[in-house]
Design a protein around this ligand. Sequence first.
Ligand code: GTR
Length: 434
Amino acid sequence: MAISSLMKSPVLGCLCIWLAAIGVSAAAFQPNYDEAKVPEYRLPDPLVLPNGKTIEDAKTWERKGRPAILKLFTEHVYGRAPGRPSGMKFHTWSYDRSALDGKATRKEIIIYLTGKTNGPSIELLMYVPNQARKPVPVFLGLNYYGNQSIHPDPAIKITERWMRQGKDDIVVNNRATEKSRGYQASRWAIEQALERGFAVATFYYGDIEPDHEEGWKTGVRAALSKRGAQTVFGPSDWGALAAWAWGLSRAMDYIEKDRDLDAQRVVVFGHSRHGKAALWAGAVDQRFAIVISNDSGCGGAALSRRRFGETVERINTAFPHWFCDLFKQYNGREDDLPVDQHELIALIAPRPVYVASADKDLWADPKGEFLAAKHAEPVYRLYGLAGLGVEEMPGTNQPVGHYIGYHLRSGTHDITAYDWEQYLRFAARHFGMP
Ligand code: GTR
């Protein structure tokens, strides 16, 4: 039976929608996991300007090269986002100096994005170390299941926003339950970060846009548009990843106002789709001092032209709302992309950037992530900065790098204590902390 007739059956149709929602397309997509079958490809050179001239110094990169590449990514990949909305307001919803046995101050801040209390908002949770000289550096990242999922701390407000159905009664009727407290705590090394003198700030990515095809209608992409849920997006208008990245910049706007936090030392980080959003946020918004991509894969740190694991066509099919519409033109046509993902990393220069992969996470193409980091080096070199410091991909659990950090963790698609250890060390080194 053809897929199209299968889709017409109500039961199978539902199954297909469910599979698409969790990122498994019913269409038989066969990812390539064979290095020998990676096609030959030529990467665009970040140091060659559209007029064919080669960039030889950092000044020309900043004046001409960087803006040109940023524009290509904006128009062809992630889409154009608005700036900071006027009238944004911050409200301290909770403040407790005795959180986590007195180790930290817990703050919950509501960012009213349009200033209106009934408009879109971000609920930012943060832990600030009590035993530290203020202002402190910050790790800022999105979370998947609400702020209450990052730590078992019973005082964290449970998000009331729409959420994808999950396992184990974590989510019931698309709302997070009491059981979701600490559900993803293993992905958040809060205590370790606090001990090293970092604050950690996070918000639920669904505050900005629920992660499904129609999610934009109840997210900022509709709320900030004159036509609301009737908006018809142009080919280069923002997709969900650009919206999530935009949300990270709004959290940064808050950080700039909080005297306990050092806005000059903010690390934006993320795992998987949040890693893609973190890279784009760091590329666009140069206020982020360090950018960390954990297993971000296709549309993140992995080279699209390798077509290893997830491909452009596959990601645009399973997640049609993530990128701008124009990106769909490159389905099956990776070689025609005017950019590749090494240039996304290059946009972060001269700021330190860290790319991490996991050896069993072939879907995200670990080697493609390493190579993208490698091919970003020429831009760091313009600043006289060393990148990875190695020519070959290191073995598992052997972190490398100077201004471009990289490691291949043993294990699966996840963010673990091992990953955090490397990130905390990397950030501390670049911020001159013990
Ligand atoms: C997968 C998707 C990846 C990655 C991942 C995640 O289904 O294909 O690009 O983003 O989800 O975010 O966990």
